[in-house]
Design a protein around this ligand. Sequence first.
Ligand SMILES: Nc1ncnc2c1ncn2[C@@H]1O[C@H](COP(=O)(O)OP(=O)(O)O)[C@@H](O)[C@H]1O
Ligand SMILES: [Mg+2]
Length: 333
Amino acid sequence: MKKETEKSPRSLDQALRPSDWKDYVGQTGIKENLRILLTAAKGRNHQPEHVLLYGPPGLGKTTLAHLMAREIGASLRSTSGPAIERVGDLASILTNLSPGDVLFIDEIHRLNRTIEEVLYPAMESGVLDIVIGKGPSARTVQLELPPFTLIAATTRISMLSAPLRSRFSGGTFRLNYYDEAEIMEILARSAKILHIMTDGESVREIARRSRATPRTANYLLKRARDFAEVNEEKLDLKTVKKALALLEIDEGGLNQTDRDILAVIVEKFKGGPVGLKTVAASLSEEEETIEEVHEPYLMQLGLLERTPRGRAVTSKGYAHIGAETSREQKRLI
Ligand SMILES: Nc1ncnc2c1ncn2[C@@H]1O[C@H](COP(=O)(O)OP(=O)(O)O)[C@@H](O)[C@H]1O
Ligand SMILES: [Mg+2]
């Protein structure tokens, strides 16, 4: 079994990850639902039911799982779909849980169906069915598991089978993109933790271009700080703009790949509709990355739409790349 490590690329996430509900900005509806679920379970002295969190990367799913475990005073055992390669991997995780633990499975859409089927009885009745032997002599042994709460996260809810989805009896919650004020609040806290001196305008500019995503906002803040330090400049609006331009993040917060997706659909496929596979192949990008990372944001901004026949660039999308292209041309002149 591959072990999940939380090393360098994630250390930024770790330093800035809220460990208290009061620092977890926004998502008020979800927070309220979870508060009720957890409080009711505590009051009845019951294990909280299983919860599924979904939404694009960087919106705070993992953070919520940690906060929930903390709230009920449980330890969080963390793994992920790709790390569970065999039925035996899952069996060993489940049998090693202590009573009351929270099991966090990230990227649960990557679990294969055979493993999923082992999870059903575990979630529903707290038992593990193990098949011993093969063929006619095979028999099933049932193991009683300690009570646990599964919190699962996914960026691709559509890839989850209906039977799996239906077993999250505590609820299924979709995380939303954040508004500018919320991102600004997150950035202000991050700047404080990282001892970054900046001003309101600069924070607003980073927020505006952060894809409405806390992880991206924190990442841009760090990059802007690096840029200011290396160039011995103050981290003000001018510097932020230069740093973002160097990262090829445009006024709308789109990065190069976002723009390439729009451009390829417009230039090669007359604006669409065109299938995701074709778009991915034309760009030599992973289909998964486009669907998980780029598409949701382009759709959120109304630049791209999903039709039954594929993806299509909207008139707003045309205007966006048109505007960016002419700006680019002006720069070159
Ligand atoms: N609601 C929030 N309030 C403050 N910071 C947040 C919030 N959501 C996410 N973050 C920040 O963004 C980072 C990424 O969040 P994470 O929970 O890992 O996202 P996901 O699991 O959905 O990809 C966290 O480490 C944290 O710094
Ligand atoms: Mg995560």
